[in-house]
Design a protein around this ligand. Structure first.
Ligand code: SAM
Ligand code: SF4
Length: 493
């Protein structure tokens, strides 16, 4: 048990997220009174106080009632980070003092320093916007945010690669996300709101009609704005019948004008939903960017995670897609899957090398609430943080050797070892939608179950989320309300 006692502030959420990186899976309890610590286990005491006109944060760590480490960050208001937001500086200062104390008392390394958020690259964009030089950005990232130099370099390089796709910012530009919430089976680790296509096949026509209605209405709402990219994801869009998916794609073209769309992606995701008829339909409709996601190329693991397809089917689907002529194929992998060690990851990478995709997205397993995996975690063997790190190192070297460079990065909560997800791409084959969505510098209008629209306010550099409902039945009954929500948000804008 880890006890946490905060004095002079109540940044519980942020502190909890940081401590979790050092004590993954352990119970963390916030106490309001120091007496509630029974003297066993660890107590982390953090206080925020003004001392001689300076705001300071001090962390003291006790083990079995004995003080074992103390660290202070002084003059928090004078810290150099992006912007001058005192609340943000205070949060960073508090986390920095806790970080320094915990790195000293634990064997765990935390390469992302005090950063616990999903979008670390955004901070670099903020600094680049202020005109801060590269050297100084690296300095801030390593000294204030405590990132390891390789992570600081990584996000600086990614931000620089992204800028030509994001800037100049344009409040009239938007992208469209369309969600198809059906899959052949549910994967062990998945927490997305998707339904089994076999059980819900009778809902598909109605879903398509409502979805197209929502897309039509979005096009009316956005008629004076300029479409940028389209992403059809899910779920597994290719799990619905070919004719349904084709109608959805054609509705998008009719509403927004095919020529105006810079890029359109369809997640074909599961190879067990891919056949010649489906791929030819996508190709005929000028979709030239798809995802075929292995997650792993090891058959034993595929079975364990409930994918219900073999590695051979992944390769077959890939070769078929190449034969039909898709220009960009993305492949998703997950590192840290149960029963996978370095050998298994090496095997996956060897197989991917033969396929040679234009994009590769490497995720670290995240143990999500709502997944079957979370419920039965004890039944599986998971690798240690050190091994995960080695596996990720291998994927980085592999991507580099394959001529793939990192172009977007995000982190998820509950990720093993607090690592990251990286999208790699061959030069010029980057998925613009992924960049826009991740960096939150463009409006995303989203249709379908669980889809989240994000309205961008460039002057305030802020996003407002407008979520759709997550259940299929609710969506079918409340489609009009999903449109009203967007209308309301846009009107306020
Ligand atoms: C939104 S999912 C949809 C993709 C598609 N349905 C599929 O599974 O092939 C996008 C990707 O997120 C990754 N992912 C999903 N759940 C995850 C988890 N719990 N931990 C890490 N990565 C995850 C997988 O690599 C997946 O391909
Ligand atoms: S195919 Fe993708 S969306 Fe569907 S259950 Fe598996 S991970 Fe989730």
């Amino acid at each position: 048990m880890i006890y946490v006692y905060l004095v002079g502030h109540d940044f519980r959420y942020e502190v909890n997220e940081l401590i979790k990186a050092f004590f993954f899976g352990e119970d963390i309890v916030f106490i309001d009174n120091k007496d509630q610590y029974d003297g066993e286990g660890i107590l982390i005491e953090n206080s925020l106080v003004y001392n001689f006109g300076q705001l300071n944060s001090t962390t003291m760590v006790y083990r079995n009632n004995k003080l074992i480490f103390k660290y202070s960050v002084e003059d928090i208001e004078g810290m150099k980070i992006e912007g001058e937001d005192i609340k943000r500086k205070t949060r960073i200062g508090i986390k920095k003092s806790i970080y320094e104390a915990l790195t000293n008392i634990s064997d765990i390394t935390a390469p992302w320093g005090v950063l616990t958020g999903i979008r670390p690259v955004k901070i670099v964009h903020g600094l680049l916007d202020e005109g801060v030089a590269d050297e100084e950005i690296l300095n801030i990232m390593t000294n204030q945010y405590k990132l390891f130099p390789e992570k600081a370099n990584l996000i600086l390089n990614i931000a620089k690669k992204q800028r030509k796709y994001l800037y100049p910012l344009d409040e009239n530009r938007f992208s469209l996300y369309v969600d198809i919430p059906f899959c052949p089976t549910r994967c062990l680790y998945c927490s997305f709101p998707t339904c089994s296509i076999d059980r819900y096949i009778d809902y598909v026509d109605r879903y398509m009609d409502n979805l197209i209605y929502e897309i039509d209405r979005i096009s009316e709402l956005m008629k004076n704005k300029q479409i940028s990219t389209v992403y059809i994801g899910g779920g597994t869009p290719t799990s619905i019948p070919v004719k349904n998916l084709e109608k959805i794609i054609q509705a998008i073209y009719k509403d927004f004008g095919k020529k105006k769309i810079k890029e359109i992606t369809v997640e074909a995701g599961r190879p067990d939903t891919i056949n010649r008829e489906m791929l030819e339909m996508l190709s005929k409709n000028e979709i030239d960017r798809i995802s075929i996601n292995p997650q792993t190329m090891n058959d034993k693991t595929l079975k364990l995670i409930g994918r219900k397809h073999s590695s051979q089917e992944i390769a077959n689907a890939y070769y078929l897609a190449k034969e039909i002529g898709f220009n960009v194929i993305n492949m998703d992998l997950i590192i840290g899957l149960p029963s996978e060690g370095l050998e298994e990851v090496r095997n996956t990478l060897k197989e991917i090398k033969n396929l040679n995709p234009e994009n590769l997205t490497v995720h670290t397993l995240s143990i999500k609430r709502g997944s079957k995996f979370k419920e039965k975690m004890d039944e599986y063997h998971l690798e240690s943080q050190n091994i995960i790190e080695k596996m990720l190192d291998e994927t980085r070297c592999f991507a580099h050797n394959m001529g793939l460079s990192p172009y977007y990065l995000y982190r998820q909560k509950q990720t093993m070892g607090n690592f990251e997800n990286i999208g790699y791409s061959k030069e010029g084959k980057e998925c613009i939608y992924n960049i826009a969505m991740m960096e939150e510098k463009e409006t995303i209008m989203a249709a379908g179950v669980g889809a989240v629209s994000k309205i961008f306010y460039p002057k305030e550099n802020r996003i407002e989320r407008v979520p759709n409902v997550k259940s299929l039945e609710e969506y079918l009954n409340r489609t009009e309300e999903m449109i009203e929500r967007k209308l309301l948000s846009l009107e306020i804008k």
